[in-house]
Design a binder for this molecule. Sequence first.
Ligand code: MTE
Ligand code: MOS
Length: 751
Amino acid sequence: MTGPSSTRVRTVGLPLQHESADLHVTGAALYTDDLVQRTPHVLHAHPVQAPHAHARVARLDPTPAYDVPGVVRVLTAADVPGLNDGGVRNDEPLFPDEVMYHGQAVCWVLGETLEAARRGAAAVAVDYDELPAIVTIGDAIAADSFQGGQPTVARGDVEAALAGAAHVFSGVTEMAGQEHFYLETHASLALVDEAGQVFVQSSTQHPTETQEVVAHVLGRHSHDVTVQCLRMGGAFGGKEMQPHGYAAVAALGATLTRRPVRVRLTRAQDMAMTGKRHGFHAEWRVGFDEDGCLQAVDATLTSDGGWSLDLSEPVLARALCHVDNAYWIPHVRLHGRVAQTHKTSQTAFRGFGGPQGMLVIEDVLGRCAPLLGVDPMELRRRNLYAEGQSTPYGQPVRHAERAGLAWDQVVAEGRVRDRLAEIEAFNAAHPHTKRGLAVTPVKFGIAFNFTAFNQAGALVHVYKDGSVLINHGGTEMGQGLHTKMIQVAATALGVPLDRVRLAPTRTDKVPNTSATAASSSSDLNGGAIQDACDQILARLEGVPGDTWEERVRAAYFQRVQLWAAGFYRTEGLHWDPATMSGHPFKYFAYGAAAAEVEVDGFTGAYTTRRVDIVHDVGDSLSPLVDLGQIEGGFVQGAGWLTLEDLRWDDQDGRLLTGSASTYKLPSLSEMPLDLRVTLLPHAHEDGVVHGSKAVGEPPLMLAFSVREALRQAAAAFGPPGTSVELASPATPEAVYWALERARSAAQVTVP
Ligand code: MTE
Ligand code: MOS
C-alpha cells in the first residue's frame, strides 16, 4: 500500500460484496432488537390497541393492569412531560384521546416480559364512543375530507390545448398502496444513564428526527438525547418518519422506570399500526395531436393520506413532479390533494410518490395507444423528452437523450422487434394463452424537493497507526450505503479497504442529519466524506514518509490534526412550494425496461418470461451493490403493481390483509424467468462523487413494463385495437377481468 502522493489504491468502482454480507448470511449481524439479549433488566412494551377506526376514548383505566403479575408501569398521556406528539407536524398525539384508525395504540404497558406486558395491555379498561369513520379514498373525496395543502403544477394553457387537440380522452386511474414488509419490524431500545442522558437505539432512517421527537416528548433538549441506528433489516421509506413515536414510548418508559425499555412491534402490529405507500386516485383529461404527440394533460391526483399528514405533502409534491415521467407535455395542469381517512398514516415508500405520479401517465398512454391506433411502444418512444425541453415545474431536462439511449439499448439487446413477431405468431396459435411485451422508460429526479435536506456531514478519524474510522449521517438499511462510503473514503485517502472501518450512525457523532432517503445518501454523505478526507490530505501535504503509515505517524509528531469533520451541500437547487416550480433536482436518473409476460385465459394467472433492463447509475461507485438495487427495486415495483393487494374492512377500518398469509409478496417464484440488467455506459455525472448517480429508488419504476405487458397480453384476447383498463395491482384476478372485457369486446364486433 502506498501513500496519497504515490499511486493511489482505487477501490471506487470495484464490484464488492456488501460490507456486512457475511454477517447478514451467517446471522451474526446485529439489529436493534438483538441488543435486548445483551441488555440486563429490560422492560418490554406492549400497546393497547383500539378496536375502532374512529372513536373517542371515553374512559381509560390502567389500574386493572397492575394486578397482572409482571406489569411494571402503564404509560398514558398523563406521563408525558413534554409534547404529547409522535411526529413533527403536531397532528399525531402519541397517547390519543381520539382514536383515528383501527389498531391505534391508546396507551402502552411495560412488563418484565413481553407476555406480562401483553396480558397487562389486555387488562387495561378502555371505553370508546364510536364516531363515524371514512375508510376509502372515494368516501373521503365525497365527504370533502382533506388535509394539508392542495398544490398545483401548471404550465401553458391546458384548456386551449385540449380544445385544439386532434384526440382528447378522459379517465380515472386508481392505484393501491403497498406494505413495506421490511423483514425487521419497528424496534427501539432506550436507556437512561446516571445523569439522565437518554440513549435510544432505533431502527430509523432519520436518527436526527427521532432524536428531536424523543426530546420534545420528554420535554428535553436535543443534547440530552442520543439516537443510534446500527443497521436496519429493510426500511424502504417506512422508517423515515414512523419510528419516532415508538422510540419516544421507549424513551418515556426508560425515563420513568430508570430501566431499559424495549419496543418492538410484532408483524401483526407493524402491519396494523404503521403507514404504507399512499394509494392514489387520479382523474385526467389528455390531448394528443394527429401524430400521437402529447399536447396537454389536466389531472387531479388525490392521495390517501390516512389519519395524519406525516410525509403526505412531500410525497404528493414528488408525485406531481413525476406525472410527466420521461415525456414532453407542453401544457399541463396537475392538481394534488391529500385525503384524510381513518387508516394508518401513509408515508414514504421507495419512490416517494414518484411511482404513483408516473403510473398515471403510463396508464394514460397504455389505454390511449389503441384508441389512437398507434403501437404503445411507438407512442412512448415518440413522446420521450428531447434535449432543451423542460419539465412542467420548469427544470430543464438535462441528459434527456439518456432515456432514449437506454430505450434503444433495451430494444436492441432484448431483440424486442424479433420477439414481438414471435409473440404475434404465438398468440395467433394459442387461443387460450397470450403473451405480451412492453417497454417503458424511467426518469426520476434526484435530491430532496425540500432544499434544506440536501446537506450532510461526516467525521473521519485517522489514528496514529494509519487506520481510519469513518462516521457519516446516513443509515444502512441493506442498500449498501456503508459499502460505498468505505470505498469513497479508502479511495480518497489512497488506502486499502481493510484500513477503513465504519462506525454505526449516531446523532452525537454527526448532528443535524437528513433522513437517509430520496436515494441521495451516497451523493450527500459521499460528498461529506470526500470533504473530510480532502482536509486531512491537505494537512498531510509535505509530511515525509514512504508509506501511509509513516506519514501519518510523522504527522502526529508534527502535531498535525489527523481527523476532520466534512460537510456537503448540493449546489444549484431551488424550489418554490407556492408556485410548485424551480430546480428541485440535481439531476435525473434514467432507465428503460422491456418485459414479456404470458397470461392464461382461463384464470388470469401469469408468468414474467423475460425482463431486460438498462439503467443509468452514472459511473457506478459499486456495481454489485447497484445491480442488487436495480434487481431489488424492480421486483419490489412488480410486487406493488401486480401482487400486493392491501384490503381494509370498509366498515370498521380493520386491515384485512395484516399478515404474510393474506398479503401476497413477490417471492422467488414471481421473479422473471430471465432477468438481464445492464448499466447504461458512458454515463458519468459531473458534480457528484466520482461521477456516480443515485440508484435506490428509480429502478422500482422499471416495473411499469410488467404492468404494460400484462395489458398487452390481455388486449390480445380481444380484437385488434382493444383498449384495456387494468386495475392496479394487476393481480391474476384483475388480469382475468381485464382479458374477459377484451374477449367480450371481441364478441360484440363479431357479425
Ligand atoms: N434497499 C434495501 N436493501 N433496503 C431498503 O430499505 N430502501 C430504499 C432504497 N433501497 C432500501 C433499499 C429507499 S426507499 C431509499 S430512499 C434508498 O434505498 C435510500 O438509500 P440511499 O439514499 O443510500 O440510496
Ligand atoms: Mo426512500 S422512500 O426516500 O426512504
